[in-house]
Design a protein around this ligand. Structure first.
Ligand SMILES: [Zn+2]
Length: 157
């Protein structure tokens, strides 16, 4: 397997957040990327992102959004408790997306590539995910103004 080079994007994420996150590759992973917290031999907690490079789209813009989404899960401390409701899960997904959308916007990645990737995915949050990207593209809203809880309640309750 050729070693995929995500270092440009990952270094941007490090410089933005000042958070070091360990990256692992797993070509058997069922998803493109997941976030978890591992322990080293001393029991120290290690925030980690596992990537399946075979599933990762070959497009830097989409890669930036996916990697930033995972970074967002760590940034918002989503990984610390896994026993959560479906509603809380969806809100966390959108929160990670909000982080990712702001990142790709601020670092001038192509949001249309990202939008077109997600429009072909049929997940329970695809509609809200696309709305966040649209709001960022329109630049009418920012991190503070998008109300995820309100957005979520409108769609799912
Ligand atoms: Zn996620």
């Amino acid at each position: 397997m050729n070693y995929p080079n995500y270092s440009y994007i990952l270094n941007q994420l490090y410089l933005k957040t000042n958070m070091y996150i360990k990256i692992k590759l797993d070509d058997k992973l069922q998803e493109i990327a997941i976030s978890l917290i591992e322990k080293d031999i001393w029991g120290h907690l290690i925030p980690t992102i596992v990537i399946n490079p075979l599933l990762m789209p070959n497009n830097k813009n989409i890669q930036a959004h996916i990697l930033a989404h995972e970074y967002g899960h760590h940034y918002y401390k989503h990984i610390r408790d896994c026993d959560i409701s479906k509603e809380e899960y969806n809100i966390r997904e959108l929160e990670a997306d909000l982080f990712a959308s702001n990142f790709v916007y601020n670092y001038s990645y192509n949001l249309y590539d990202i939008y077109n990737f997600h429009i072909n995915c049929n997940t329970p949050i695809t509609k809200d995910r696309l709305q966040i990207i649209t709001d960022i593209i329109n630049n009418n809203k920012n991190n503070n103004k998008i109300d995820l809880y309100n957005m979520y309640n409108k769609t799912y309750k």
